[in-house]
Design a protein around this ligand. Sequence first.
Ligand SMILES: C[S@@+](CC[C@H](N)C(=O)[O-])C[C@H]1O[C@@H](n2cnc3c(N)ncnc32)[C@H](O)[C@@H]1O
Length: 156
Amino acid sequence: MTVPLQRVGCLELILDTPRGRGVFSTRKIEAGTVVDTAPVIILNKEQFDNYIRHSLLQHYTYNWPMGHGTTRKYTIHQAIALGLGSMFNHSSWRQNVGWKRDLGKEVIVYTALRDIAEGEELLISYGSHLTFEDVEAARLEEGEEDVTDVLARIDI
Ligand SMILES: C[S@@+](CC[C@H](N)C(=O)[O-])C[C@H]1O[C@@H](n2cnc3c(N)ncnc32)[C@H](O)[C@@H]1O
């Protein structure tokens, strides 16, 4: 099996952002563009529970469902995304990149959810169970407008 490694050539890593290192674009990326394809290392439960969860690497794991033969049952394992897959930061409200697991090919494919401007950070959603203090939450406390509030007002 061959796995095409689609990615754009206009990404750079900035080291000193409020979220730590982050991935930024040096030019406009159109909505729907595959920005990166990251191979993963799938960990078994023993490896994760005994080693990885006690290390820095626990902050770099994705849930990875593993099927049981031909049944519809599966167990959630953890997987580490290689390359840029481990460098995308989280945003609860401003994510501009979606990600999808390809379980058969053991890769995660990252796609622009909307047009991304030159100089903009590429942000994904980690979901709602964060293991760190979200910089966006801190900014909201400082009075920045919550865009979910704006959306609620528009609905009314
Ligand atoms: C998968 S890594 C992303 C790359 C990371 N910034 C780095 O320098 O290695 C996840 C870590 O990035 C940081 N991070 C990502 N999104 C963040 C956010 N919205 N607010 C604060 N820290 C964030 C947290 O330290 C988190 O554990």
